[in-house]
Ligand binder design. Structure first.
Ligand code: NDP
Length: 264
């Protein structure tokens, strides 16, 4: 019987995950299909997952922390950060993982000598990336528009700022993990902060993919080496697919067909 996988999010119509995962299933003759589910209320995730008879799912903005709560068991890196982007149905038990952080490490392999990073935003993605960077002894600062979400980052050893308290520093890499620029044309912080941040970094990355966000547009204007979230998307997708197919397909083959799907 065909297995069904899905991506849950709000918004979700922009997601390329169905194209990526279906390309793997189709080309490697794996009996499964992958659909999009627009979920407004994250607390309905578990109930919706089982009602639709899903075998696994990815979770995107803004439900990754809710997904952590929905699971019966959490494995690996997700335990550390409380953020889940991949869930697998193991005989009726929901098992949660986080593949975003390792996906991002794959994406920034080409940026050399990254020792200190500024993360813009303090949501689920920021939590995963910050914890992963600290694991590699990379220094991490965080700037967020509101104070509320910063306590997690203080506790794990990041220096934290709000827009009001930010002081200019030098960074090797600045990463936008806010959703500013996803559905709108906003910068992730006031223009004077973004100008100062961009004038003091070697590299720039955005978690958003498929468009040049206002943040990346400014980086481009300033001739800074930048990349959007496409490689992160590929990295997290390959790792998630491996979990979905219970390692029955080869990682290199998953990578090949997922990468090809980016061309359409
Ligand atoms: P969350 O909802 O958990 O966090 C969003 C963060 O963005 C919060 O810190 C929030 O600040 C901030 N924010 C939202 N809107 C604005 C704004 N207009 N100006 C400034 N800050 C803002 O989201 P996620 O961490 O799950 O996802 C963040 C982004 O990363 C999304 O765009 C998502 O699509 C992308 N992403 C891409 C991936 C990829 O594979 N390429 C993987 C994972 C995520 P506050 O605390 O003040 O509300």
């Amino acid at each position: 019987m065909k297995k069904i996988f899905a991506i849950f999010g709000d918004p979700v119509s922009h997601s390329r995950s169905p194209i990526m995962h279906n390309a793997v299933f189709k080309n490697l003759n794996y009996p499964a299909c992958y659909v999009r589910i627009h979920l407004k209320d994250g607390s309905k995730l578990r109930e919706t997952f089982f009602r639709l008879g899903l075998s696994g799912a990815n979770i995107t903005v803004p439900h990754k922390e809710e997904a952590f709560k929905a699971c019966d068991e959490i494995r690996g890196f997700a335990q550390k950060v409380g953020v889940v982007n991949t869930i697998v149905n193991e005989n009726g038990k929901l098992v949660g993982y986080n593949t975003d952080a390792d996906g991002f490490m794959f994406a920034i392999e080409e940026f050399e000598n990254v020792k200190n990073i500024l993360i813009l935003g303090a949501g689920g993605t920021a939590k995963a990336l910050a914890s992963r960077f600290l694991q590699d002894a990379i220094q991490v600062d965080i700037i967020n528009r509101s104070e509320g979400r910063l306590s997690f980052f203080k506790e794990i050893g990041c220096q934290t700022f709000t827009w009001d308290s930010y002081k200019t520093k030098k960074y090797d890499l600045v990463v936008n993990t806010t959703s500013a620029g996803l559905k709108d044309e906003e910068l992730p912080a006031p223009k004077e902060i973004i100008d100062s941040v961009l004038n003091n970094t070697n590299f720039v990355a955005d978690a958003i993919y498929g468009k040049l966000t206002p943040f990346l547009h400014l980086a481009k204007e300033k001739n800074i080496t930048y990349k959007d979230g496409a490689d992160m998307l590929l990295g997290q997708g390959v790792l998630a697919n491996e979990l979905f197919v219970e390692k029955k397909l080869k990682k290199e083959d998953i990578n090949t067909f997922m990468k090809k799907s980016f061309k359409f």
